[in-house]
Design a protein around this ligand. Structure first.
Ligand code: RIB
Ligand code: CA
Length: 311
């Protein structure tokens, strides 16, 4: 069983990722660390707790993290996710508690208390919490098994600016710290996430799983699909974040290549861009495996099967 910590800014696609992880016996979700992102921290914390309730897992440990990026203005995405961050379902007061301990201390304590290379970090929001943990205790860099993260773009480039994807754009300095850390990284950029679209047919398949978790997800994705379909002219919303979790469970559904990835932090035009050396022209060290292909039908089949495990 792989022990993982999901660092998240829920977000409808984060909800799918978290439920997929909680429903999969191959994974032990040691905790959720929460970061400001799609909506401010107080809402991402509440949303994470709501998702755990909906998954029937109120025992899940949820830790509050960073309220704002390391540097620069706070960026949120209510335009895509709605004012609650989980539009598509009614907000409710969750049973799942918010832990007293801060997310950074939880990350550090967990990595230090477990054997080296036994904890996988799965950031699916801005990388602020991960960067803060690495900066506070650099020694953890050699103890983290790997970082499997959603963020960035290469051939697709950006979704917030022409050249920057939201998770990186929201905190470029944090992303630079993570990508220069030397920790093994597997990166799921827009290039692969836009190949798993939650179209109407697939939302119906999620609904037909017919439990409270799948019904809630179907409603969230119906809302989330409206903005994305209008903006991209695609049939349904790209399921960005769950690609990370699906890869941990079924890596053969995906493929990509080792590349050097650097983060642009200075340019006013391209700040937050992931500069992916796909063709190996720079000679810079390959610091990330960049995933660009997925078996979309296999991904959704896995999702339907696993959601059925939730009460
Ligand atoms: O650009 C997509 C990413 O930004 C996803 O993680 C989504 O949840 C938002 O955080
Ligand atoms: Ca997210």
């Amino acid at each position: 069983m792989k022990k993982i910590i999901i660092d998240t800014d829920p977000g409808q696609d984060d909800a799918v990722a978290i439920m997929l992880a909680l429903a999969s016996p191959e994974l032990e979700v040691v905790g959720l660390t929460i970061v400001a992102g799609n909506v401010p921290l107080d809402l991402t914390c509440r949303n994470a707790r709501m998702i755990c309730d909906l998954a029937g897992k109120p025992e899940t440990k949820v830790y509050p993290g960073a309220k704002k990026p390391l540097n620069g203005p706070q960026v949120t995405a209510e335009h895509a996710h709605g004012n609650s961050g989980l539009d598509g379902i009614d907000v409710f007061d969750p049973i799942t508690p918010l832990q007293e301990k801060d997310a950074i201390d939880f990350l550090l304590n967990t990595i230090e208390e477990h054997p080296p290379n036994s904890i996988t970090l799965c950031p699916i929001g801005p990388l602020t919490n991960i960067a803060l943990a690495i900066t506070k205790q650099p020694a953890i860099k050699t103890r983290i098994a790997e970082i499997a993260m959603m963020g960035g773009g290469y051939f697709i480039q950006g979704n917030v600016t022409p050249s920057a994807e939201f998770n990186i754009f929201a905190d470029p300095e944090a992303a630079e710290i993570v990508f220069r850390s030397g920790v093994p990284i597997t990166m799921f950029p827009l290039d692969v996430t836009h190949k798993v679209l939650a179209n109407k047919k697939r939302i119906e398949c999620i609904k037909s799983v017919n439990n409270s978790a799948s019904m809630a997800l179907a409603n969230m994705l119906s809302f989330y699909g409206k903005y994305n379909s209008k903006k991209y002219g695609e049939d349904g919303a790209p399921l960005h974040d769950p690609t990370v979790i699906a890869w941990l469970i079924a890596p053969s559904l995906f493929s990509g290549k080792a590349c050097n990835v650097e983060i642009e932090v200075n340019s006013y035009l391209t700040r937050g861009a992931t500069v992916v050396d796909w063709w190996g022209v720079t000679g810079r060290k390959e610091n990330a495996t960049v995933i660009n292909e997925v078996n979309a039908d296999g991904f959704f089949q896995l999702l339907y099967e696993r959601l059925a495990n939730l009460s």
